[in-house]
Design a protein. Sequence first.
Length: 504
Amino acid sequence: MVIVQSIIKVWTYLLDKLVLFSLKPPIKTLGTLGILFLAAGSVLLVREWKPVDLTNFWAPTSEHQNTPDPLVVQFLEGLPDGAVVEGDKILHRCDRPLSADYLAREYYSFSAVFSRSDLADALIDENPDAFGKKYCKEGSTVAIPEPLTRPLENSPLGWEKERPVRAIYLRGDNTVPGRLMREVKSMQDSGANAIVFDVKDILGVVNYSSRVPEVEEYRRHRPPIRDLSKVIRYLHDNGIYVIARMALFQDQNLSEVRPDLAIKDRNSPDGILKVKGRNLWVDPGKDEVQAYNLKIVHELLTTGVDEIQFDYVRYPAEGDLSGVYFHEVKDVHDKTDNLKRFLATAFTMSRGTGVHIAIDVFGVVAWGEEVDIGTTGQRLNELSLFVDIMSPMLYPSHFSRGYAGFDNPADEPYHFYKEGVERVLALSPPGTVVRPWLQAFAWRVTNYNEDYIIQQIRGNHSGGGIGWMMWNAGNTYEMVYRAIRNSPNLVHSDKVDDEVAPSL
């Protein structure tokens, strides 16, 4: 009876919030979600459901508004001094000589040209009479190339979650136009088709200018992504699937700006958990921590990204945890319940938007060791109910020496990917895609080469994985590109001809 009452409670709560605040795009699959929650109730709601307060997420909107679009008004208010809008044109009146590079920087978000250097060249090419060398003449009028008089609006590509994704990871600071354009060319030349990039990294830095008030209030770092909408548009125009990676509960910035949200530690002089001498973690069980991240999720759902991937959707496993106190955690199952509470809300928000939800999980938890599950809260059979894609980090080098009987697990890529993917699939509901992270770095590997990359891909295919993502913290992928370029039949195939692990 308690379970049934809890299911009705969460379903009524979600319906109330999602209808009241009319998400854009609108929710289209509430019936499907009802079935999902009824089926999942026995797992999710054994304990009392405590919903995240979404009251202040979205303001109610009227269907009949004659006032100008506030986003367009806000967008045009950002035009630099000297700008004039005439219909669909944007002009700049040069009251003094200004370099094309300067104008390209000032008008970057008001032109569809992706590269700032390309925009500077286009300014000169399209306004030959206004420029003397690389400076506009005093009193001249410069027309901005490919002008934007309203914000770019992107939509997801619409790929089914079962479509094989072949991705590489980029830090937020490596999505600047010049670097990104070079990476996309290498991807297209080799057969990769997706990019995972940090929209919120493990330092808690939100790497783009956000409309979430708390993000900008707490910001202490300049965002490296000048214009997120242009990054997404450029990638989509080049056929690249866009995965926005969002680190959740390891968040140094939020932990330091809002120490009341940090994990408490009785053994720490200031009462806050330290890892490597720093405040790195916020408490996953606190409503305000979850709400802060859910506001970012809501914003991302409107940007046109194809997938939101949550990392650090767990409790800390590092450092001295003997004196920690977690909010709303009486036993290890409460950790999982707190994580599910976040995922269920984010998953519900995403339905009908065309955006897939994925989570990164420790590879070792697939082997079912309770010590790992209890520490992190990553009970895969429960978390997987509220995602489209499970992305285990099965890096062979991260298994301790002697694990599963191997002297050096780092030298057994085929085994750990085949068995690891099989284990995650067995713990996930039907229809869940398992797309693992592959090891694109040499740590602990005796002979790291192209064959090592290929063995991981083969193991993943043999285990039933669909697609893969390459991780290299330094974003160096030359060996990956060579490996997949030289093995097109394997890379582009959904099947593996034989189940025998190749030898190094």
